[in-house]
Design a protein around this ligand. Structure first.
Ligand code: IPM
Ligand code: MG
Length: 370
């Protein structure tokens, strides 16, 4: 039985509650003889700040580098609104992404049959939806320098964020997009703002060039990111893989998440470059939703995005594609049986706790693997 090194970073808010369901799943996989895990756990975000005055410690960073996969919950909350910018909870997540080189963030938006009615869009617009937002994750305005607030001395301040992209950063994310599309419906939509931004001009040019050079068999279209946002809520099924920069990807993936009925449904995988020697890539898996401080500690969070994120770890880091498919089936079956957490409640369905939803999904998985 293969053994994988995983680092669990539950974080803040509902993070620990949804991570508890991942632990349930890990226990099951080990007990069933499917895979064994060497599990480490660490603090990140506000929880780490409270203990160590930083958003992530060097020790945890070293464990993250050594792990086959980092499984991340969520960070942030009003409790840490006033902590210095450099050590705010989000800084822990950004450092993990940057230091591990996780440039490719895959955010699939899939509508489970039982949930087509939970979307705020008409069910015919989202039924059967299966798209990917591929977000560039280590560049752009999130990391560009200068990033400053200067006092101008006349009662005014000036804030600067810098949007910056080099050719190689656009090339490598475009390649991931084309490769993903080839295994799906073979279509890539690239989104930028080349009508306003120089980074948009270069983004468009480089994606075109990579396409012409290496991926002419894949259908490529371009959209301005604002129009793309509009098209996402108008007719999302026109898309297959959307490739976009760090900031646009952050926003468009929240929009895509809501198409599926709830932010609590959307998993993500953040992947680094393939190491030619080990044939492995660094990877972190996290739900798209945040720490949801308003419902934290109440046992009502939806664990599906977190469990499906672990499913992506099975697929992309543990070479367990078959088992990942079964986990997806178990989630779909649990929803079809009528169980709902509060965020996806619907008429006639029973609203259950985080733990009950997790237990039901693992029980379905047990049936499917048994
Ligand atoms: C996300 C989140 C993060 C981001 C925050 C928590 C820093 O919104 O992963 O989408 O902005 O990237
Ligand atoms: Mg976001």
């Amino acid at each position: 039985m293969p053994t994988f090194k995983v680092l669990l970073l539950p974080g803040d808010g509902i993070g620990p509650e949804v991570m508890a369901e991942v632990k349930r799943l890990l226990n099951f996989l080990a007990k069933a003889g499917i895979a064994d895990f060497a599990i480490e756990e660490g603090l990140v975000g506000g929880a780490c700040y409270d203990a160590h005055k930083v958003a992530v410690t060097e020790e945890t960073m070293a464990k993250a580098h050594a792990a086959d996969a980092v499984i991340f919950g969520a960070v942030g909350g009003p409790k840490w609104d006033k902590v210095p910018f450099d050590v705010r909870p989000e800084a822990g997540l950004l450092r993990l992404r940057k230091d591990l080189g996780l440039f490719a963030n895959i955010r699939p938006a899939i509508v489970y049959p039982a949930l087509a009615d939970a979307s705020s869009l008409k069910s015919e617009a989202v039924e059967g939806l299966d798209i990917i937002i591929l977000r560039e994750l280590t560049g752009g305005v999130y990391f560009g320098e200068p990033k400053t607030i200067t006092d101008l001395g006349n009662g005014q301040k000036r804030a600067i964020d810098t949007q910056v992209y080099d050719t190689y950063e656009i090339e490598r994310i475009a390649r991931v997009g084309f490769e993903l599309a080839r295994k799906r419906r073979n279509k890539v939509t690239s989104m930028e703002k080349r009508n306003v931004m120089k980074t948009g001009v270069l983004w468009h040019e480089v994606v075109e060039a990579v396409h012409a050079r290496e991926y002419q068999d894949v259908q490529l279209e371009h959209m301005l990111a604002d129009a793309g946002g509009m098209q996402l809520v108008r007719w999302p099924k026109q898309f297959d893989v959307i490739v976009t920069d760090n900031l646009f990807g952050d926003m468009l993936s929240d929009v895509a998440a809501m198409l599926t009925g709830s932010l609590g449904m959307l998993p993500s995988a953040s992947l680094g470059e393939l190491d030619p020697k080990t044939r492995r890539r660094k990877a972190l898996f996290e739900p798209v939703h945040g720490s949801a401080p308003d419902i934290a500690g109440k046992g009502m969070a939806n664990p599906i995005a977190m469990l499906a994120s672990f499913g992506m770890a099975m697929r992309y880091s543990f070479n367990m594609g078959k088992e990942a498919d079964l986990l997806d089936k178990a989630i779909a079956a649990t929803l079809s049986s009528g169980l709902r957490t509060a965020d996806i409640r619907s008429e006639g369905a029973s609203v259950v706790s985080t733990a009950a939803m997790g237990a039901a999904i693992v029980a379905e998985l047990e049936k499917l693997t048994g």
